[in-house]
Design a protein around this ligand. Sequence first.
Ligand code: CP
Ligand code: NVA
Length: 301
Amino acid sequence: MKHLLKLLDLSKEEIIDILNLADQLKYETKHGIEHHHLKGKCLAMIFEKSSTRTRVSFEVGINQLGGYAVVLAGEGSQIGRGEPVQDTARVLSRYVDGIMIRTFEQKEVEDLAKYGSVPVINGLTDFCHPCQILADLMTIREYKGSFDGLKMCFIGDGNNMMNSLIVGGLKVGMEVAVACPEGYRPPQEILDFAAGYDCFTLTDDPMVAAKDADVVITDVWTSMGQEEERAAREKAFAGYCIDEKIMGVAKSDAIVQHCLPAHRGEEITEEVFEANAGPIFDEAENRLHAQKAVMVTLMKD
Ligand code: CP
Ligand code: NVA
């Protein structure tokens, strides 16, 4: 494993290895056991979209591993003024030991890896959000003990989160059901991948997706960069709010995951969100541990 560009590139074993390492690093962090696996190493972080969790968890994570981070915003760097990604990749590779990037097009992340010579980590694109899904899988395993026999459902937009959850969930062996309105389905590449699994369901009925689910997941209806579509999206997703009725058909011990930020009253009710604050904020915390495991896997000598 040289990069983390998308979960489609990873084997089940590679995903499980990262989750196991993340569990170990979490244990060591909680018990004050030093783990300077990346002593003196530098991670460049490029943000062409906003972030709270990704920004803070990567910077804290690389520091806990004995390294340090340099942050580049699109605005204020030559990236925002149109310097080609091929050149940014070759320049940064001369200075740093790894690059994390959050941007719009998946191609930009793939190109960064293609033209650079250091590991590249996808911190979210329009296509996928692999770091988030590693944290989600880590949290699901913490709460449920294993992935065996679990049903995970995602209700909402066929966006970066849904795409990555379909791939990650199926790869680790869960049943995956997704509910989204027509016109907001995942891209064909993801549906083609899922077609190889008997335990995948695509429906427009949230109740069908949530039936007997162990894990119920949602995300915003309007992702970063789609702000102009907000009104149309609010209309299209009416009926896709995770509420007591949807939770009522899931298993009685089902947990809810949300990558955050959340819009209470849109994709999830205040009541369901707060009833699941434990697993949701554990999921946010696990970004730190999962990404440390990714950095150690990719950047350690
Ligand atoms: N979930 C997530 O990626 O959060 P940020 O946008 O705050 O980084
Ligand atoms: N789908 C959301 C996820 C934010 C973490 C977005 O892309 O804006």
